[in-house]
Design a protein. Structure first.
Length: 76
């Protein structure tokens, strides 16, 4: 059974569109939405297991220029 998570992303001012475009190209990202509120983007990601979810976030998402902060919410 695949693991999934919502990643709440805060971006630097003026960088949201660029971050959305970059994230949407990452394998394992199922959706990317711009939202209002304390976060700028919510991405839904899927992988084979929780370790792969962690690797996807730390290896691909955290390195994107323009991301200030993330919060990961694993689905249950």
């Amino acid at each position: 059974m695949a693991a999934s998570a919502f990643v709440l992303i805060e971006t630097a001012v003026g960088r949201t569109k660029e971050v959305v475009n970059t994230i949407s190209k990452i394998k394992g990202v199922k959706s990317v939405n711009t939202v209002t509120g304390p976060y700028d983007i919510i991405a839904l990601i899927e992988a084979d297991n929780l370790n792969d979810i962690g690797d996807l976030i730390t290896g691909n998402i955290h390195d994107i220029d323009g991301i200030s902060r993330t919060v990961t919410c694993l689905t249950v």
